[in-house]
Design a protein. Sequence first.
Length: 543
Amino acid sequence: MDKSVWQPYFTLCVIGVMLVLLLLEASEPYLVLMGALVTFLVVDILQVDEALEGFSDPAMLVIAVLLVVAKGIEQSGGLEYISKLLFRSSSSSSGMADREDRRQTGWQSSLPWIIFKFSLPAAAFSAVLANVPLVCMLIPPIVEYGRRVNIAPSKMLMPLSFSSLLGGLLTIIGSATNIVVLSLGTKSVPELKIGFFEVGKIGLPVTLTGLIYMITLSSKLLPDRLAMELTHINAREYNLVLVVQQKSSLARKSVEEGGLCLQPGLVLVQIERDGVAIPDPGPDFVILPKDQLHFVGVIDSLLSLTRLGGLTLAEEEGKPIDLNRLTITHCLVEAVVASKSPMVNKQVQELQFRTRYNAAVVAVHRHGTRLKSTKRILTSASAKQELEYLGHFATPKGIRSLADKIQAIVDWPETRCTTDVRSFMGLAGYYQRFVESYSKVAAPLSRLQSPKVPFEFDDAARGAFTTLKAAMQAAPALRIYDPTLPTQVTTDASGYGIGAVLEQCHEDGWHAVEYFSQKVPLVNTLDDARKKELLAFVTVLKR
């Protein structure tokens, strides 16, 4: 059969199959395209020199060179420097980029202004660099900036992509399409000459029009979708303890002023000062040098602390790790110690991680909890199942407060001012789940915390002070909640507070899982006792 009869139909079939495979993403695009090329070679539709002609085309070489240039800029850190200028991701000046970004008001925090900030540079760089690698390099800093200012990436990534495409209209090497068309044109018309900025005569007005359109209408047209990474769904949380240095930007600032309340996916659960734990510090709490900040958060959020100046953490060899020196080339790795590993039952210091692996041990987790001791000993899964966690001692049988923390409450001297009362109530309140009817018992002291109430440590306050100490000493160990056991909730209410106890029935009887109490909300102060008890029941179920 004559080749001219069947070859056109065969070529159309191969191209059709190739397009279907590309649409279905059945395999990698280069494999599909290479498979089609090899098929044409096998059936003698293409000769070898014709098949390889594209690889030696000047247009292909120019595109390859642009990819190499883009990769060189990425590896040299030039783009990182530019992103710092655009998005202020560096903490060298104030160390508080997050706080500054979130406190911007008016046009500075508007989406059109943010798109304007990165669309013009993206279009300009796209005029001389390949579009795809440029967009890939700019995505991480833009997504990070969006996370800091609480703007969904979906609002910024599409303008970024189109900005780079529009910038490709400015020069002859601005896009691969321009280069290929120029190559085909010079082959057909050898005397054709096109200047470097020739296409910009039309491309510049088109680019400016497109950028103005995106800047003005993107906020209304684009969806507001949060990425899976930003929602931290099913993300594992880690504990991290950081020490505030003398020259830290956080020193002598409140928690709110330092921006610690604004770190997404990160919670400041405790501050330790001179060996005394201060749980759940409020926004007005002032941070001092040498304070230890206890954070809980997902691993990506912990890396955001690199923007807070003057924070260090101590690792196994006693050398502080300066978080501000971490760069994009550093990474955090989680490794599990096998039961037969030679690391088992050895101190971290003995393993010499820095010497052997050029790595530092940031933390050791056992049963999901970070070990606080600097002489941490690695164990396998068969290790003893007991741990200290944020002021609590946990075993499979239950949870109780640490003896040294309770002793600090018992030894607390009688308060003489409002500040003393707040400090005492802060530590005692951390263990209120162990005390039945805590709000009712502590009511006289709670009133003294208000700056509007004159400080008078009367008999009622002194009695509450003594009762709380005794209750803390006699506090029982709370059992760990088991969803398979019978459960009951007992509620109580008074004129001041509502309370409840969650109990479960074990083999030896009913045991408390948690005590709950709080002040009666103002809107419910006139309700009768039955409604208040019902309110306590609903509130504890929500917890």
